[in-house]
Design a protein around this ligand. Structure first.
Ligand code: SF4
Length: 251
């Protein structure tokens, strides 16, 4: 299976280009941005994050603000009344543990320790933790969102029944540490542009040669339309538009 993962990474890199793994910002900012990105579009959560930073000059100012004030600042991101108390509570927990509202010290911690530290906060789950670890601290901890899960399952890298939570561990065992970041970003890009949730566009997919879903569909349809060769036009690389992930600023 590791050979297949390497093959998938190679094909996606050819299709979407090489990725440079650089930090998207300090860890506390990444944590708040990831909370804001839950159940909304990246565009909306980015606006909410920008508004929050404009309204409150420091994380201490956010921590000391009323929940209603925070909710007003992040309204553009949706679910503001649920996210505001969550953000305030996480900032308060950090302050109570450390005596300061910062997470920069995580950069000095071993990966497992830093991950356990983040998971210890009420309201911070495996995906949010993995986003902070990978996007901010550049550690090989793989976030599994709906696109990564769907495409991985269709390719046959993971079983659907294990669910998204366990898929973190299963995929992390398969993906070489140095490929975790490009794997995550490319799988999301592929899920958004080609391997759609409803009607995947297998005819222009560079992964179909080794895709379980495609081979099963091909067997079932016995030479139906999805068997047409991918044409140069269909395979043309999608434009590299500005794209954000989990509400974090693009590098
Ligand atoms: S062949 Fe189809 S199902 Fe498989 S990864 Fe590509 S688009 Fe998704």
């Amino acid at each position: 299976m590791r050979g297949k993962v390497d093959w998938v990474c190679d094909r996606l890199e050819e299709e979407y280009g090489a990725m440079e793994w650089r930090s998207h910002g300090e860890p506390l900012g990444a944590l708040v941005a990831t909370i804001l990105s839950q159940h909304t579009s990246d565009r909306n959560s980015e606006r909410a994050y920008d508004n929050l930073r404009r309204r409150f000059p420091t994380w201490d100012a956010v921590r000391e603000a009323e929940e209603g004030e925070i909710a007003d600042a992040i309204r553009a991101g949706g679910l503001a009344d649920a996210k505001a108390p969550r953000i305030k509570a996480v900032l308060q927990q950090i302050y109570e543990r450390r005596g300061e509202t910062r997470l920069d010290f995580l950069a000095q911690m071993p990966t497992d320790e830093a991950r356990a530290y983040l998971l210890g906060f009420h309201g911070v789950g495996p995906k949010t933790t993995a986003c902070v670890m990978m996007f901010s601290l550049c550690r090989p901890v793989l976030p599994v969102d709906t696109h990564v899960f769907r495409v991985s399952h269709r390719l046959g890298l993971i079983q659907k029944r294990i669910g998204e939570a366990k898929a973190h561990d299963a995929l992390e065992r398969l993906v070489p540490p140095e490929r975790v970041y490009p794997f995550h970003v490319h799988m999301i890009r592929h899920g958004r542009r080609v391997c759609h949730a409803q009607r995947p566009d297998c005819g222009r997919c560079v992964l179909r040669e080794r895709c379980d879903f495609f081979s099963a569909a091909q067997d079932a349809a016995a030479g139906a339309a999805t068997n047409a060769p991918a044409t140069a036009a269909a395979r043309k690389r999608a434009p590299q538009e500005r794209e954000t992930l989990h509400g974090l600023p693009p590098v």
